[in-house]
Design a protein around this ligand. Structure first.
Ligand code: AMP
Length: 328
């Protein structure tokens, strides 16, 4: 499906995989389902098919996904990165967001991504801008070679999870025929979406319901078509949740008549900043996200605010302006 576009790159990447005894797969900070899904899907495919190589995966863990969905990350000692190794970096548009600086030490760097190509940091770059999930791209690469190097059920489960999460459960505009065809091929590898993915993805505890109540009680609706909730450190403390879970109830604000763009803001007190997760029905929000130290996709982007009092009204104005222009 993407193999026509990336045939040359795919060949070079397979050659590199064969050549290097040491490989490490990296992904972006504050990982979501697609970051984990692409990373672990690729790692599993590599381990299944190249059992004699040393293959690592790094990055911080997150409380958003339990260990039954994705394994905890490895702690890899520095010595590994002193050897000649191949770094494959997935789902990360720019170097600042790569979750572990040691990717820089790699002899060869491969980038697989679906964010706007702001920084082509790989020696080999496979970037399909605005496809629903990076997992689609990794799946495409693995299936291209699957006659010789098959895709196991586990690898397919990770990749299918990436597609489900980053396509907004197939609801975003970017979920198209290729997304579904790729997903179907993954299911043919034996994945049972309900049992293997949804049951784990939607598992929640009572604290999540208490948080949901907070989000509903504290939602703000603006006349210009926005909805949002803010979680300060004291709220996180009271709810007994960590800041990685801040966006957990973002989808409560989707599909509301009159709300075109919605977001949540979570205080990251250890960094003295506020993390914004923005979503939209149809309007492209990625430009405003970039303006506020972020980026992402048309309907799902992230940003960072330093001074809430000063910057929030400005961001609200910019987002409302997008809606106004759309209506015009
Ligand atoms: P989030 O709201 O954290 O779920 O992010 C939504 C989407 O925007 C994901 O695809 C992220 O990879 C992307 N994103 C979030 N923050 C940034 C950033 N600072 N730069 C580029 N992309 C981002």
């Amino acid at each position: 499906m993407y193999e026509k576009e990336f045939k040359k790159e795919y060949k070079l990447i397979l050659k590199a995989i064969k050549e290097y005894d040491n490989i490490c797969v990296f992904r972006h900070q504050r990982p979501d389902g697609d970051a984990f899904g692409t990373q672990m899907g690729l790692v599993t495919w590599l381990k299944d098919n190249f059992p004699n190589k040393t293959i690592h995966y790094v990055g911080n863990n997150t409380s958003t996904y339990g260990e039954d969905l994705f394994p905890y990350m490895e702690v890899v000692e520095d010595d590994f990165f002193e050897k000649d190794f191949l770094a494959i970096i997935v789902d990360t548009g720019n170097t600042k967001r790569i979750d572990d600086d040691r990717w820089q030490k790699a002899k060869l760097k491969v980038k697989f991504d679906h964010h706007p190509p702001v920084e082509q940091y790989g020696d080999i770059n496979v970037v399909a801008n605005e496809i629903a999930a990076c997992a689609e791209l990794i799946a495409d690469f693995c299936f291209y070679y699957s006659k010789k190097y098959p895709v196991s059920k586990l690898a397919a489960t990770y990749l299918a999870t990436g597609i489900i999460t980053d396509s907004g459960r197939f609801q975003f505009e970017s979920a198209n025929d290729v997304t579904f065809k790729t997903f179907a091929k993954l299911l043919e590898c034996g994945v049972l979406p309900f049992k293997d993915i949804y049951l784990k993805l939607y598992a929640k505890d009572i604290s999540s319901l208490v948080f949901q109540k907070f989000a509903l009680n504290n939602m703000v609706f603006t006349e210009g078509g926005l909805a949002y909730y803010i979680l300060k450190q004291k709220d996180l403390d009271e709810l007994g949740i960590d800041n990685e879970r801040g966006k957990e109830h973002l989808s409560l604000m989707s599909n509301i008549n009159g709300v075109e763009i919605w977001f949540c803001i979570t205080e990251i007190s250890e960094k003295n900043e506020f993390r914004v997760s923005i979503r939209s029905k149809l309007i492209d929000i990625s430009g405003v996200a970039s303006k506020y130290r972020g980026g992402g996709h048309k309907q799902a982007s992230g940003a960072t605010l330093y001074n809430l009092e000063e910057e929030l009204p400005l961001m609200i104005k910019d987002l409302e302006e997008l809606i106004k222009n759309e209506v015009r």
